[in-house]
Design a protein. Structure first.
Length: 235
């Protein structure tokens, strides 16, 4: 579904990504592990069209995404849920969710149906629909951010550190919902530092260090890998 070949990204003279080749197959839940500054967000932004690769190729199904505008990338079915949520705090929860439906704004019936599906995933948001998004707890705000991305009807959903700053119990529920989104038919690429929780729901994972992919494997191999355990999971 998604294929990156030898992708490089530079910020001025600093090379943030070097020679990234990876794939995500239809229906998979793939995790991208990496410490602070490894390049996870840069990779997502390159796929989303927010930064322009210096080299290489990014393909989604039959389309080349490199050089596409971010709005065209969303229209083609690739939607990023940004690190740090980036909500509109003064606007209501429902208004935030509907922002994600902008790309389908002519299909009002479809958006209504989709909104109901999103509220089924996150029932608490129905009670909070008219409250300002900024008044919600961190976990609820992350639900709004994922819900807004789901309103764009992604076929590939990219989640950038959704567990950041959340309490352990909330993190567990968040990963359970991500697994559910995937099993309902949305392909997921998930960037995380919370390696154990992410690997538990993953089909496959890549590990990134200093802008390079250094390891790849399926869930069992990664959970059993000594290096991965030492670096990301603990004893
Ligand atoms: N706009 C920018 N200009 C210059 N350097 C940048 C820019 N954005 C990121 N970088 C640098 O690129 C490298 C990769 O950053 P990136 O944000 O992609 O990492 P990350 O894996 O998402 O980290 P985190 O887990 O902290 O979110 C870092 O060294 C960072 O300082
Ligand atoms: Mg990041």
């Amino acid at each position: 579904m998604l294929q990156l070949e030898n992708v490089d990204v530079c910020y001025g003279s600093f090379k943030a990504l070097t020679d990234i080749s990876m794939t995500v197959d239809t229906g998979e839940l793939v995790v991208l592990l990496g410490a602070n500054g490894a390049g996870k967000t840069t990779l997502f932004n390159a796929i989303s069209g927010l930064v322009k690769p210096a080299g290489g190729d990014i393909r989604f199904e039959d389309k080349h995404l490199n050089g596409m505008k971010p709005s065209a990338v969303v229209s083609s079915g690739v939607v990023q849920c940004a690190e740090g949520r980036k909500l509109f705090p003064q606007m209501s929860v429902q208004q935030n969710l509907m922002m994600g439906a902008y790309v389908h704004r002519r299909d009002r019936e479809g958006n209504k149906k989709r909104l109901n599906e999103v509220l089924e995933l996150f029932p608490i948001l129905e009670d909070k629909a008219n409250q300002p998004a900024g008044s919600l707890s961190g976990g609820q705000q992350q639900m709004v951010a994922i819900g807004r991305a789901m309103m764009s009807r992604p076929r590939l959903l990219m989640l950038d550190e959704p567990s950041l700053g959340l309490a352990p119990l909330v993190v567990r529920q968040m990963f359970e919902t991500i697994r559910q989104i995937n099993s309902l038919g949305t392909t997921v690429l998930l960037a995380e530092q919370n390696a154990f929780a992410a690997l538990k729901i993953a089909d496959r994972a890549y590990v990134m260090e200093n802008g390079r992919l250094v390891m790849e494997g399926d869930r069992e191999a990664m959970l059993g890998n000594e290096e991965v355990r030492k670096a990301y999971i603990g004893a």
